[in-house]
Design a protein around this ligand. Structure first.
Ligand SMILES: Nc1nc2c(c(=O)[nH]1)N[C@H]1C(S)=C(S)[C@@H](COP(=O)(O)O)O[C@H]1N2
Ligand SMILES: [Mo]
Length: 356
């Protein structure tokens, strides 16, 4: 039985990030929609305070008409709502050995919310895309220095991705205004993609005639097996199944204590590439697997699906695991697939269970 070990001591720098950026307590997987305060938070720099009365969204670059939209004007446009599971690309990073030093997520950098806003496409159509449009750049109000580079947080989408139906300029989360930490007053939400794409505190949308080559594209968010490689960009979420850890925890180790009576294991599973088509559970550390029962998808193809599994544990120590497969055939490795930035580590969850 191979147990999860944290290979090297956590540094103060990592702890500083971990204390600011919180995850979803795994028991909150019981909620189909994550209560706002339990949704994971990831902020590279500082959370800005924005006066919505003076804030405007600027739309410019390779467009026929530049736009400057107030929050009231955006709220006046036809709105849509979509339930979206969002996961940080660094989820699973702290389980890699050697551990890439950044926000040390274990498994909990995920959440599902109902976002309301204006389809990005509708705003781009109002502005009218120029013929040379290549990328659409999203600029946040937050600033910082990262890897020695002074910057505002910025990410871009290729025009064909930006013009898809689902990307949203969101001003509401679970029925209320965006909370400060989730991007008030407006953020991008790109269903299916890892969270770095969904720029918060949005202030500018700029249509470029070339591929954006900023820090968050060229230095960060690339799969590289060595520092000097060009690598390939991180984009959509790999499949992952997570379970609500059963029973009760031991305070320090978080290992679980479960009675020797039938227990229903439950959790959620998602993929940004295609719908999840199967979840399997192993109660022997990944030696043997059995199918879980799949449930609903929160009414949205971009949201996680619930799953359950009936288990009658025997006394002893067990390593309980779960894994998902999507309709495109993507699955989850049992072992690690290492990369420099520690992105998209979707190795299966392993929960140590003691049955007295
Ligand atoms: N402006 C801005 N947008 C941002 C970030 C940021 O630091 N600044 N972090 C990104 C990352 S890495 C993730 S995973 C998601 C997290 O969104 P959440 O905090 O609402 O869960 O926001 C993305 N958008
Ligand atoms: Mo992230």
């Amino acid at each position: 039985m191979s147990e999860v070990v944290v290979p090297e001591p956590i540094t103060v720098a990592e702890l500083q990030l971990a204390a600011r950026n919180h995850g979803l307590p795994l028991e909150a997987l019981r909620h189909e929609l994550t209560p706002v305060g339990l949704h994971y938070v990831l902020v590279h720099y500082d959370i800005p305070v924005v006066d919505a009365g003076v804030w405007r969204l600027a739309v410019g670059g390779e467009v026929e008409r530049e736009l400057s939209l107030s929050l009231e004007e955006l709220r006046g446009l036809p709105a849509v709502e979509v339930v979206v599971t969002m996961e940080c690309a660094g989820n699973g990073r702290a389980r890699l050995a050697p551990r890439p030093v950044s926000q040390p997520w274990l498994l909990e950098a995920v959440g599902t919310a109902r976002w309301r806003g204006v389809p990005l496409r509708a705003v781009l159509e109002r502005a009218g895309l120029g013929e040379r449009a290549h990328d659409v750049l999203f600029t946040g109000l937050d600033r910082g220095v990262e890897g020695g580079v002074e910057q505002r947080y910025e990410r871009a989408l290729p025009v064909e991705e930006a013009l898809r139906e689902e990307p949203l300029l969101a001003y509401e989360m679970n029925g209320g205004p965006l909370p400060p930490q989730h991007g008030f007053p407006l953020r991008l939400v790109v269903p299916g993609w890892y969270g770095m794409t969904s720029v918060k505190w949005l202030s500018q949308v700029t249509v470029l005639d070339h591929a954006f080559a900023g820090y968050q594209h060229e230095r960060a968010y690339r799969f590289r097996s060595a520092e000097d490689e060009v690598g390939t960009p991180v984009s959509r979420m790999q499949p992952r199944a997570l379970m609500v850890p059963p029973g009760v925890p031991e305070f320090m180790t978080r290992e679980r204590i479960v009675d020797a009576t039938p227990v229903r294991l439950e959790g959620r599973a998602w993929s940004g590439w295609a719908p999840v088509v199967s979840v399997e559970v192993s109660v022997d550390g990944g030696e043997t697997w059995a199918p879980a029962q799949l449930g609903g998808d929160a009414g949205s193809p971009w949201a996680w699906r619930s799953w359950t599994f009936e288990w009658t544990p025997t006394p002893g120590r067990h390593l309980v695991c779960c894994r998902a497969v999507d309709a495109a055939g993507n699955g989850q490795p049992v072992g690690q697939v290492w990369n420099v930035g520690g992105y998209a580590n979707n190795a299966v969850q392993q929960v140590v269970v003691d049955v007295p």
